[in-house]
Design a protein around this ligand. Sequence first.
Ligand code: NAG
Length: 303
Amino acid sequence: SQASDNMRILTGALLLAVLGTGLAQQLQQPDPCEHRHRVVGDITYCDRYWECVSGTPQNYDCPNGLVFVGRNRGIAEGCDYPWRGAYCDNKQLANPPLSTEHCDWLYGIFGHETSCTRYWTCWNGTATEQFCIGGLLYNEETHACDWPSNVRGCQKHPLCTEDPDANVPLGSSCERYWACQGGYPRLQRCPATLVFDKQSRRCIAPPTQDCEAPTTTEAPLGEGTGFRGESAPRPQPRPRTRPQPRPTQSRIQQQPQQQRPTKIAPQSSPERPFVPAGAIPVRFNDPEPQGGFAPQQQGGFSP
Ligand SMILES: *[C@@H]1O[C@H](CO)[C@@H](O)[C@H](O)[C@H]1NC(C)=O
């Protein structure tokens, strides 16, 4: 009959369409053995790539938490932090996060549970605590130390909560003090020959109650600096852009698929609130970001 003929044509067309789509998708995946670099990214998953091994395409997954960015690029095996580019736009993740203590993924940079001035760098699930220096705070959106005005939830520094525009003594130092400006602290040094007077909170000519004359020796930091008794950490050496040791054999063969994460970058949440701790190592230079990442903007402070 006419109706069943129509139905047969329609079914045939649908079948062709489905087959065609499947073929097109398969054909789109480039063969790494025909590629100059012998490595190509997967067309569906941003954390997966294909490599030509003995003339045969093999697929590999990036270290957990990283996405494929290209041969000889990224921090490990051609893979890099996902927030450094739009690598996962229009692609999915093949693997769910593998979490360890402090690390949402085995590799990445993550916010501290209780401090705005600290963060964790994770390499293969091992967390290393890092500190933002010079009054910078960790910005979970850029995964870098940043000006406090750019860090949501950590706007004002605890040093300056009492008075957002006051000078604050720095421990028992006679020359150094914090100058709060709009709630953001800057480390200052009194001009030569002057000492910081805790009563008037200004640099004045000695002697004061605590200070005879400017000395070159300083009381150890972290004692009596007025916030939480935390010792000020020493600035860390700048990490190399390519963290060491570079894993030589961390290729993870494709794992059976589990539940997929919906987002790769952890955001602050009620379970992970930011509470300023306020430990700042002393430094006289303008604040420099750590971790090798520049702050997005430098608009927060007026010098
Ligand atoms: C990562 O750690 C696991 C054990 O925690 C270890 O078996 C593996 O070899 C490590 N991979 C790399 C690349 O260091």
